[in-house]
Every structure is written in C-alpha cells, then in structure tokens.
Design a protein around this ligand. Sequence first.
Ligand SMILES: [Zn+2]
Length: 263
Amino acid sequence: MIPIQALGNCILTQLPADVWAHWEVHFEELALPEGRILCEPGQALTHIYFPTTAIVSWQYLLASGECTEIAMVGKEGLVGLDLLMGAMHSNNQAVVQTAGHCIRIKLDVVLQSFQQNQIAQSLIMLYAGALIAQMSHGNVCRQHHTVEQQLSRMILMVLDRQKELHMHKTHEGMAQALGVRRESVSLAAAKLMKQGFISYSRGHLEVLDRAGLVQRSCECYKLLQQLRCQEFCVKGAVVKPKPSDCGWHSGSSLPPYAGLLCA
Ligand SMILES: [Zn+2]
C-alpha cells in the first residue's frame, strides 16, 4: 500500500512503477521535530531522506561555531545527494528548520536504482541541478541584493515548501540563515511589516501579501521559480506526464510562474 505521505515528495511521485515497487517496501515514515539534526559534517548517512512536509536546512558550520544556510530542501528534493554522487560523507550539517514528515529509505536501496535505472537517475540528477542553482544564486544574492530582498526570498522559499502561510522564525534564526547581523534582519522585517507584506510577533511570522512579497524580492527568487517549474514540470513530464501531481504546485498558494510553465 502506498503511504499517502509519500505523495507529497516530487521525486517519489515521479518514480517509474518498477522503482516505486522496489522502494515502497523500504519506506519508513518519520516525524521530524524542528531542530532535529539529520546529518553532521563528516558523518556518513545510512539513509536518504525525502521530505514530504518537513523542511531541512543545509548549513555550513564555521570553526567559530557560526553557521550559514547554503540550501533549503523540502518536498521537491532529498537529503543525502552527495552520497549518491559517490561521496563518503557530507561536509555540511542538515537540520530540520520546519517540523513535518519525511520518507526515509536505506541508502543502498536508492543507490542501486540510481546506478541501474535511467529514469530514477534522471530524476535525481534534475534535482541535483536545481540544488546547485539554489546554492549558486544564494551566493550571488548575498553579495548583490539587500537584506530586505534576501529575507523576502527566504520567506517565499519556505512558503513554496509548505501549505501554511505562517512559520516559526526568530530574528536570530533568520539572521543566522542569511549570514547577516540580527539588527539588519530586524530592520528588514520592520520594512516588510510596514508595507503590509508580513506580520511578525514573538517568532510567529505570517505572510499577508504573497504577491507583494514576490515583487519586493529579487530576481534570484523569480529565476529559481522558473528553473524549478522547468525541472519538475516540463522535463519531469517526459518521465511521467502528471506535473500537477508533483506536489510542488498543489494547494492554494501557487507560485507566480506555475501557470506560465506548467500549463
Ligand atoms: Zn537575490
């Protein structure tokens, strides 16, 4: 029987039937609380994690103890990609930033399909491309765009990976993720509140005007949206012609480019 939770992950929902049948018996559904560390630097993962409702943050840890978010993984992807690519371990930390669920599968099961099944390999490689784009644009964004724009981008990226319009975020946590001072985040959040895009109180952030936030964000977010739609709904459709089932565009909060590229 197919666990309903698995239907929320874009990669799992696009698997060919034979790979799905092979993986399904190995599915483990896990509830992931906020703050759970899935992977420490230097640690060899034994499983691949496919978030369904949880959102995981890849963070680079400095020797000083400080850390910066380098990528966000939700229902569009998986945690453990570098191990599928042949690495012995990851160099970064994977920590749950939004509590939720995931499907966990043993590494050797996924690795076998990745090496032997062309469609499974293509799906994972498409996600790898999207992840590389996210990392590279994050780098450019930090150097060229304002904290207000970066904060807007980060909030929108979380929204894209969940159904709710609210999230638990402290100024300290957002500053850490963006690699900027807490005061800069407080100032940027105050500007977004004043413009009516968000409300914020004691760690509870709610998006009031998503379209406005998209406009306030930078070109990095809009470009990543386009890339994701192309990866999972145009190329993905060749693999399995059900782009609307990928979970990425389900729910009431469609991203602005979904209609453009997924029609
Ligand atoms: Zn940017």
